[in-house]
Design a binder for this molecule. Structure first.
Ligand code: ZN
Ligand code: ZN
Length: 338
């Protein structure tokens, strides 16, 4: 089969790879129905994250089970399944506390931009749908594998509840999904920080009530201005830079919640500032597996339509163009069809 490899900055290749095989008795092999490019794939693509030689890429996936190892009991060949980017056994203490992405047996999926994928810990990682979903459900279901699960976690970790004022920092795919999630959890006011007209429009569709274009100190001043100088109840940081993190912390009210789901790059926090900010800070890699059953149901029942975040659809062999389009911000998120 042919799959996706990143050789170095800007160098994505679609080339011959070995067919995945069952290695452990707890593995499953799935035939990937749809996959996509993640914002986090762009860090190594841009040369902003060190690489150890050529790396297989992709961690967002859904598809049909082809084969399972002899110890797998909860999924079987022919079933349509969705899994997280982090594998989990679903029963260690970290999983039991709801932090599946810190499972003591965790592995990160990293070759999903390919027609076939080996998923370790299949029983604890994969969630089947009740039946084979229709083609038009695929984009929405794919989002539950990471981008929606991460946005949902951003809202959950920021304690979004009915009636709160929420701020979303970042208008990338995760920020947009965080906006949808905050709306679904009942936020009354959702302020999205974005400078891009197309993304602003989508943010409004997903539930944004206000858009703020300013950044840094000016952005902070605008949010404080809009919240009577107090700050917001819930601030969802979906970027991962020093500026976005500072902005998030400085716009959270005393006693409020800042969540952070953008992988931090060069972020350093001041102990003094944290001490006097009086905020709750909660983030990290999203425990997507915890949310999968609920999110799959919301998509299948057409309560939410997160699949709209894909504004570019490409055959898998054009994966390099997907990276390029997202890198140049011509596309929000690229869906790939093997
Ligand atoms: Zn991802
Ligand atoms: Zn676990």
């Amino acid at each position: 089969m042919k799959g996706t490899m990143l050789y170095g900055p800007g160098d994505v290749r679609f080339e011959e790879l070995d067919m995945p095989e069952i290695v452990e008795p707890t593995d499953a092999i799935i035939r990937v129905s749809v996959t996509c490019v993640c914002g986090s794939d762009l860090w190594p693509f841009r040369g902003l994250q060190p690489m150890n030689g050529p790396t297989p890429m992709g961690h967002e996936y859904c598809g049909v089970v082809e084969e399972v190892g002899k110890d797998v009991t909860s999924v079987k060949p022919g079933q349509f399944v969705i899994g997280s980017f982090a594998t989990s056994d679903n029963h260690c203490p970290n999983c039991t506390y709801g932090y599946h992405s810190s499972c003591t047996q965790r592995e990160f999926i990293t070759r999903a931009q390919a027609p076939y994928l080996r998923v370790p810990l299949a029983d604890g990682t994969l969630v089947p749908t009740p039946e084979m979903p229709s083609e038009d459900m695929m984009p929405g279901l794919l989002t539950t594998s990471d981008v929606l699960g991460t946005g949902w976690y951003a809202a959950d970790a920021a304690n979004v509840k009915p009636g709160v004022t929420a701020v979303v920092v970042g208008d990338g795919a995760v920020g947009l999904m965080a906006t949808l999630s905050a709306k679904q959890m009942g936020a009354e006011r959702i302020i999205v920080m974005s400078r891009n007209p197309a993304r602003q429009a989508l943010a409004r569709e997903f539930g944004a009530t206000d858009i703020v274009e300013e950044r840094g100190d000016e952005g902070v001043a605008r949010i404080l201005d809009m919240t009577k100088g107090i700050g917001a109840d819930s601030v969802l940081e979906c970027v991962g830079t020093q500026q976005s993190m500072q902005q998030a912390i400085r716009t959270t009210r005393r006693g409020g919640y800042t969540s952070y789901v953008g992988v931090p790059h060069g972020v350093e926090l001041s102990g003094q500032e944290m001490f006097f900010s009086h905020i709750h800070l909660h983030g990290g890699p999203a425990p997507v597996r915890k949310y999968l059953p609920e999110l799959i149901k919301l998509v299948l029942d057409e309560v939410i339509d997160p699949g709209k975040v894909f504004d570019l659809v490409l055959p898998l062999e054009q994966v390099a163009e997907g990276y390029k389009a997202m890198d140049e911000r011509r596309a929000i998120k690229a869906l790939l069809r093997p």
